[in-house]
Ligand binder design. Structure first.
Ligand code: BEZ
Length: 391
């Protein structure tokens, strides 16, 4: 080997890298912060599955840069989640955090990611403030905001001739924000809220007393938010309680997510909900995504949670590509990504860093031994007002 020549070649490469003429290979460390236990356990594994599929699909476009992933269980517990986020950033030196399912957990980690300037891609938690009054250049939300999903349902349900509605949701930020967004549009269109109740998020196993109170208020409809194991229990008990015949059930689509609607089965019949993703979206992008997901994960339907994981991976990869090996630029590029994915067109609003996307109003019907989800209306390009956000 000619050491002189090799040394000279290395010096040329080093000067090209330093001058930026060629990019040096970077390792990007991703910390997945998701619930793998507690009421939202199943949601975390759907997001992780979607994220891994996204890495597989878009990772080959990375060139010499690499991504490594570590993960931690947030349960639905704000205090321990903050400690885990700090460990990922300060000790494990992760470049970007991805995940968070509970609005309360997002509220708990917000100040830390803002002050440490750590990019956080929110893959579920809808906490309105995170892209409103408490927005941050470091927080990019690829999932939804609580008001974004529920806002279209107020005018829509009023237009269906429902005059009196009873509200029900778990007693924490997401539950209250989702009901508030519905209430605003419903009341502005002539509707009346005849009562509301907020059971505890963790540990509610018997919705009987809450359903009895709802029935006693004599509404035309009940509008709810429940997700995860709470949604499964609630929908089954709604059916067992026998009020569905007289008082139809509406809500945000987490109620009958593709992650667990097969477990709810016939109990989900005749419920109508709104969400940013439903597996029956009739586009080539969605069909290809569902096919790939089902092939990888034993025929399971991909849910809105899986889509958020998939799109988060795409966001990370597209930002890495655009950054050309510059990690500071990577942070800026995250908020500039836009694409047409499984849920339809997606872009990040530069004013708030919340996602702008379609909301689908769809009906669940029990047909031939399975739940069929039919889209009744697509509300295009739903965008939040800045709501106090100043970047
Ligand atoms: C939330 O806490 O923001 C949330 C949790 C599950 C589904 C949707 C929203």
């Amino acid at each position: 080997m000619n050491l002189k020549k090799t040394g000279a070649a290395l010096a040329v490469i080093a000067s090209l890298v330093t001058s930026g003429a060629i990019a040096k290979a970077e390792e990007y460390k991703v910390g997945l912060l998701l619930p793998f236990s507690g009421v939202y356990a199943g949601l975390g594994s759907h997001i992780e599955n979607g994220f891994n599929l996204g890495l597989e699909h878009f990772g080959s476009e990375l060139g010499s840069d690499t991504i490594t992933v570590d993960k931690a269980d947030t349960e639905a517990d704000p205090a321990s989640s903050l400690a885990k986020a700090k460990k990922m950033v300060l000790q494990d030196k992760d470049d970007v955090l991805v995940g968070l399912v509970s609005s309360a957990v997002l509220a708990a980690v917000r100040d830390f990611v803002h002050q440490s300037k750590t990019p956080l891609i929110v893959a579920n938690a809808g906490n309105d403030e995170a892209t409103g009054a408490d927005c941050s250049p470091s927080i990019i939300r690829v999932s939804f905001s609580n008001s974004q999903i529920n806002r279209p349902m107020g005018p829509w349900l009023a237009a269906q001739g429902k005059k009196k509605v009873y509200l029900m949701a778990p007693d924490y930020a997401a539950g209250h924000q989702m009901m508030e967004a519905f209430r605003e549009g419903f009341v502005a269109n002539g509707g009346e809220i005849v009562g509301e109740t907020y059971p505890p998020l963790q540990g509610t196993t018997d919705y009987g007393p809450y359903l009895a109170a709802a029935k006693a208020a004599n509404p035309d409809a009940i509008y709810v938010f429940f997700a995860g194991s709470a949604a499964i229990t609630f929908v089954k008990q709604y059916k067992d309680f026998g009020i569905g015949e007289e008082i139809p059930l509406y809500g945000s689509g987490f109620l009958t997510s593709a992650a667990y609607v097969h477990v709810q089965g016939e109990a989900a019949d005749n419920t109508t909900v709104a969400l940013h993703y439903v597996p029956s979206i009739d586009t080539a992008e969605n069909k290809a995504f569902q096919e790939a997901y089902q092939a990888k994960y034993e025929g399971k339907l991909a849910s809105e949670f899986a889509v958020a994981g998939y799109d988060s991976a795409r966001l990370v990869i597209e930002a890495i590509k655009a950054a050309g090996g510059d990690k500071a630029k990577f942070k800026e590029e995250l908020a500039k990504v836009s694409f047409n994915g499984p849920r339809g067109p997606l872009r990040i609003d530069p004013a708030t860093h919340n996602v702008v996307q379609n909301v689908y109003i769809y009906k669940n019907e029990w047909k031939d031994g399975k739940v069929v989800q039919t889209i009744l209306e697509t509300v295009p390009d739903v965008q939040d007002a800045p709501n106090g956000c100043s970047m």
